[in-house]
Design a binder for this molecule. Structure first.
Ligand SMILES: Nc1ncnc2c1ncn2[C@@H]1O[C@H](COP(=O)(O)OP(=O)(O)OP(=O)(O)O)[C@@H](O)[C@H]1O
Ligand SMILES: [Mg+2]
Length: 254
């Protein structure tokens, strides 16, 4: 395949009078990691919500391997290979780690109907169990497969979210502040994991992060947003040399 794996062009999203995302274009190649950074309220999470289909864009196009996604609902974009993790943790405290991964696969293949449940078709297959176990192994959560997520540390819950995204074998992973709440060792390990995923599986990653050390270590390229617009893009060192980036950032450190 030639061309970018994911290409979002001229995305615009207004909330009332606020232009939260203003003519934003990003591209990510197979196996590439794009860092998407910028101060609070810049529009980063909104870009992810637009790409995942959780909210509808006012303008713009989204292509996954050349195929238009913008008219598809979120679940169909997910089935085509767009996965995301959330800035605010979105786990079910009463479910075990393994149940999260099995449920994610059931939802992904769309067999959640009552009739299918009665017929037993909503149950996880041997393949799905195997995939869940393989992802847990890779992420280092195998020992906690039967642990109820509500009893786990924030760092482990973040890994559960990531595992849940990965178990659907995504082509594109949109990771929204995955290091939030992690200590520096956990953050470094997470960065290494993301690097391994793109190198070994060719997953394309968009990484929204406030931890710039992680962005520098993991991202091939960086796009900087401020007030809904991309104000700079290039390598980490290139964007950090741009005056407007420095003032946007240093004016609002997090
Ligand atoms: N559903 C919504 N309704 C109204 N305004 C919204 C909505 N979602 C986001 N916004 C606004 O859009 C702007 C961009 O928000 P967004 O959450 O995308 O920023 P962000 O870059 O992810 O910020 P942060 O780093 O704090 O997570 C903000 O001004 C926010 O208040
Ligand atoms: Mg955000």
């Amino acid at each position: 395949m030639s061309g970018p794996r994911l290409s979002a062009s001229s995305l615009t999203k207004r909330f009332g009078g606020l232009v939260a995302v203003d003519d934003v274009s990003i591209e990510i190649a197979e196996g590439e990691c794009l860092g998407l950074i910028g101060p609070n309220g810049a529009g980063k999470t909104t870009v992810f919500a637009l790409i995942a289909g959780e909210i509808e864009a006012d303008a713009g196009t989204i292509l996954l391997e050349g195929e238009h996604l913008e008219s598809l609902p979120a679940y169909r974009r997910a089935r085509k290979g767009v996965a995301r993790t959330y800035q605010r943790l979105e786990v079910f405290p009463e479910m075990t780690v393994l149940e999260h991964l099995l449920f994610a696969q059931t939802a992904h293949r769309g067999s959640t109907g009552v009739v299918r449940d009665v017929l037993g078709k909503g149950r996880p297959s041997v393949d799905e169990l195997g995939r869940a176990e393989a992802v847990l192994e890779r992420i280092g959560l195998s020992a906690q497969a039967s642990t109820v997520v509500g009893t786990m540390s924030l760092g482990s819950c973040r890994l559960v979210e990531l595992a849940r995204a990965l178990v659907t074998s995504p082509k594109v992973l949109l990771a929204d502040e995955p290091s939030s709440g992690l200590d520096s060792y956990e953050t470094r390990d997470l960065g290494e994991l993301l690097t391994e995923l793109r190198e070994t599986q060719g997953i394309s990653i968009a990484l929204v992060e406030h931890d710039l050390t992680m962005v520098r270590a993991v991202a091939d390229r960086v796009a900087v947003m401020d007030l809904g617009r991309v104000i700079a893009s290039g390598t980490y060192d290139q964007v950090m040399a741009v005056d407007r980036v420095r003032s946007a950032y240093l004016g609002n450190p997090t």
